[in-house]
Design a protein around this ligand. Structure first.
Ligand code: ADP
Ligand code: MG
Length: 235
């Protein structure tokens, strides 16, 4: 696999009045298709900022994020190659649960072709009974699984998920990671930010973040997760 993303000496500073926050300092990182990487670190360590840079939502102050697409910029990626599960979920309140999951398909003009995938994701994420409800009529955990389903429906080449299991019990978290594992198995790159060290068992690689830096001592020492631990998804 060739690199999907190359983060080259990236720095990001936030300024509010006299306050200066060095959110990311000299980040160097390569991400490949077919791998699940966890961004692990305490609150405020820069995980969300790095995900937003990888998505093209934020731009670096210095350094560059190279995306392996024509043009080299995530903004040039064809629709559906990149999907984000934001921490704030970002569901459309005026659409039902099923319509939220379908939205990327609708925007891509592939609603009919993707309907079996929608049904599969809703079943695997235990959302079937909620299909016709609006997000505000569901729990936060359910809304989070809707955001996960919406991100997976087009099987993106790059999945960026910000604490996607923070409101899930163990079995639902396992269902989320089973789907992420299948996406990676099909060649996509999945980056999951989390402060939950237990997540390490689901991933190929743990990237430690602290104070806006990737922990030097651990850089390059991929913690290989044992995917056999969670096995095939329930049929
Ligand atoms: P994490 O996701 O690991 O909790 P973040 O990437 O959200 O960390 O934040 C990293 C640092 O940058 C924190 O100190 C946070 O307060 C700061 N920060 C994030 N976004 C902004 C912003 N828009 N303006 C000012 N500071 C910010
Ligand atoms: Mg965060």
């Amino acid at each position: 696999m060739t690199d999907l993303i190359h983060v080259d000496h990236v720095t990001k500073v936030f300024r509010r009045g006299s306050e200066v926050v060095h959110a990311l300092e000299d980040i160097d990182l390569q991400l490949e298709g077919g791998e699940i990487a966890a961004l692990v670190g305490p609150s405020g360590s820069g995980k969300t900022t790095l995900l937003y840079l990888l998505s093209g939502w934020e731009t670096a102050d210095t350094g560059r994020v190279h995306w392996n697409v024509a043009g080299g910029d995530p903004a040039d990626a064809p629709w559906g190659r990149l999907a984000l599960v934001p921490q704030s979920l970002g569901l459309a309140e005026e659409l039902t649960v099923r319509e939220n999951v379908e939205l990327p398909l609708r925007l891509k003009g592939e609603l009919d072709a993707g309907s079996a995938r929608v049904t599969e994701l809703m079943s695997r994420l235990d959302l079937e009974a909620l299909a016709d409800r609006y997000p505000l009529e569901t729990s936060l955990g359910e809304q989070q699984r809707v955001a996960v389903a919406r991100a997976l429906v087009l099987s993106p080449d790059l999945l960026l998920a910000d604490e996607p299991t923070s409101h899930q019990d163990d079995s639902r978290a396992a269902a989320v990671f089973a789907l992420i594992g299948e996406l990676a198995g099909a060649g996509s790159c999945c980056v999951v930010a989390t402060h939950d060290r237990d997540i390490a068992r689901y991933v190929d690689r743990v990237i430690e973040m602290r104070d806006g830096r990737i922990d030097e001592a651990r850089r390059g020492q991929a913690a290989r997760g044992d995917r056999a631990l969670w096995g095939p998804p329930p049929s």
